[in-house]
Design a binder for this molecule. Structure first.
Ligand SMILES: [Zn+2]
Ligand SMILES: [Zn+2]
Length: 215
């Protein structure tokens, strides 16, 4: 895929830029392959929509919403987002409870392509799915909390190409488990942020609301 991929963090435990609201949770706006997707939705719809507005992101322009796992800090903003735009395709993991009011709801169990060059790992260990984007440098993984073992996430992502980077919450995964990556944006619930930053000074990049990663 020759196009530039852009990931903008719109919901995170910390803010990268002033004027944006930090809150426990995660969401990222992704522009890739001519598509505009939202990955997770944070905890609060009003914070999500307010951060998106300040970053110039229109809910109406989004064509797909991807939910990594049904924790409150990843799905809390979903009803308000769908209230603004219910014409999206919504990909949820198989274990997602209830039936959200989107135009098209796709329950994901195994790995699958969502758009050309954009894939889901499938629900790993029955817990969580990650988004895998093909870029010129390799596969970039967008992760919600990384509740499954990092080795399993990397194994599943590897079916789409060479893992290049990871962006998102890495929870309690040990820093050593990240050595395959050239880019590590460890944010949200990541427990070992400082250790990761000192072990991988070249690869580490700070997350936070308003952070834009161009790939
Ligand atoms: Zn989380
Ligand atoms: Zn979680």
């Amino acid at each position: 895929m020759g196009d530039v991929t852009r990931v903008t963090i719109v919901y995170d435990n910390s803010a990268f830029k002033t004027g944006l609201r930090a809150d426990w949770g995660f969401s990222a706006f992704i522009e890739a392959g001519g598509h505009r997707m939202l990955f997770d939705t944070g905890r609060s719809g009003s914070i999500l929509l307010s951060n998106m507005e300040k970053l110039g992101i229109e809910a109406r322009d989004i064509d797909g919403v991807f939910i990594s796992h049904p924790d409150f800090d990843h799905i809390g903003g979903l009803p308000d987002l769908l209230n603004e735009n219910d014409g999206v395709t919504l990909w949820v993991p198989r274990s997602f409870p209830g039936c959200p009011a989107a135009r098209e709801v796709v329950r994901i169990e195994g790995p699958r392509e969502l758009y050309k060059g954009i894939h889901s790992t499938g629900e790993i260990d029955g817990i969580e799915q990650s988004l895998c984007i093909e870029t010129q440098r390799g596969i970039v993984i967008i992760a919600g909390c990384s509740h499954p073992r990092m080795a399993h996430i990397i194994r599943e992502a590897s079916r789409f190409g060479r893992p290049y980077g990871i962006v998102g919450g890495l929870h309690g995964n040990r820093p050593e488990s990240l050595k395959v990556f050239d880019l590590i944006c460890a944010t949200h619930c990541t427990l070992y942020k400082n250790e990761i930053a000192s072990l991988y000074p070249e690869q580490y990049c700070e997350g936070g609301v308003g952070k834009v990663i161009v790939l």
